[in-house]
Design a protein around this ligand. Structure first.
Ligand code: SAH
Length: 309
């Protein structure tokens, strides 16, 4: 299955910054909120309703919560739209610019195929079986987020999602986000191994001994589509080595004060690559993308030379 298509622009998710939590720089929530537990009305609805369609009380409760959450999400989006309109009107009234960066209209015309960005990145979605339900959900949200930041960028990377099994768990999670089949991205059920030449492939993994120093327009950089809190330690490297592929890690400790083999999330890796592909330095990209509470500070070059002596 190869899907190409244009984006239904209204389906672009809201531009909230991913919220980041715990120590493994884990993205908890990307662009969407968790259903709020409004126990009472749901509890009541569940107890009042007759046992329907052979669903258990728990399953019905879950469905009602989901419906309730989706309703709330719609209201929230409407409010956001209103707020945005008001902000715009205020700016016009005060003679201020209404936006920075390219307009929505310009972005709509932006097509990945026309992008001047010479680099290619693929997310390998062949990890369906290695994630618990909650992480499947987080992974799908990250895929949505990756798509959004690329789509909104002035010079998007050539982005592929490969190995998306029809009817699989990631597939089903993405299906909940209607409109994704219209995304301006290459999504395929095929493995990246069938889409790209072996010589092109560089599998990114924090466990590699090779350090990525500059991007190569002939290469394809693969990010493992896995959210596992590093439960499956070293799996990307193992798989890549079994397949005889080149591997590389991001140059973290070379530019900032952070552990060499820090495992980042899919979104962080992608965002760093996107920034570097557009000419930003590794150091600036790393500082901008990684949460400062991880101690991601620029390396003090003078300290470094003292240590070397
Ligand atoms: N336990 C998993 C971690 C997955 S993190 C593993 O061992 O692979 C999700 C993906 O992000 C990885 O597959 C890898 O492609 C990418 N990634 C995370 N941190 C990275 C780093 N420091 N350098 C390069 N790629 C990284």
């Amino acid at each position: 299955m190869m899907m190409y298509g244009s984006v239904e622009r209204d389906n672009l998710p809201a531009t909230e910054k991913p919220k980041v939590s715990d120590d493994s720089i884990e993205i908890v929530d990307v662009g969407a909120e968790k259903p709020e537990i409004t126990a009472d009305p749901i509890e009541n609805a569940v107890s009042e309703a007759a046992p329907a369609n052979g669903l258990s009380k728990r399953q019905r409760k879950k469905l009602l919560k989901l419906a309730d959450w989706e309703e709330k999400k719609k209201v929230k989006r409407l409010k956001e739209r209103e707020k945005y309109k008001q902000k715009r009107l205020d700016a016009i009234a005060n003679g201020l610019p209404t936006r920075i960066g390219p307009s929505r209209k310009a972005l709509k015309k932006n097509r990945m195929d026309d992008s001047k960005n010479p680099f290619t990145v693929a997310v390998d979605l062949d990890f369906d079986d290695l994630m618990i339900d909650k992480d499947i959900c987080k992974c799908a949200k990250q895929l949505l987020w990756v798509y959004t930041i690329n789509r909104k960028s002035a010079m998007p990377l050539h982005l592929h999602y490969t190995g998306l099994k029809t009817g699989g768990r990631i597939f089903n999670a993405l299906q909940r986000n209607d409109g994704y089949t219209n995304w301006d991205i290459k999504i395929t059920e095929d493995s990246y191994l069938n889409v790209f030449k072996t010589e092109q492939i560089v599998y990114l993994t924090s466990d590699s001994d090779n350090v990525l120093t500059e991007l190569d327009s002939n290469a394809v950089y693969i990010i493992g589509g896995l959210v596992d809190h590093n439960h499956h330690k070293g799996i990307s490297l193992r798989r890549a080595e079994e397949r005889g592929l080149r591997t590389a890690r991001l140059p973290l400790s070379e530019h900032i004060s952070i552990k060499t083999r820090t495992v980042l999330t899919i979104v962080h890796v992608f965002d760093i690559l996107l920034k570097v592909s557009q000419g930003q330095s590794w150091q600036d990209a790393l500082i901008e993308v990684l949460p400062s509470r991880k101690g991601a500070k620029p390396l003090d070059r003078s300290d470094e030379s003292v240590e070397e002596r």
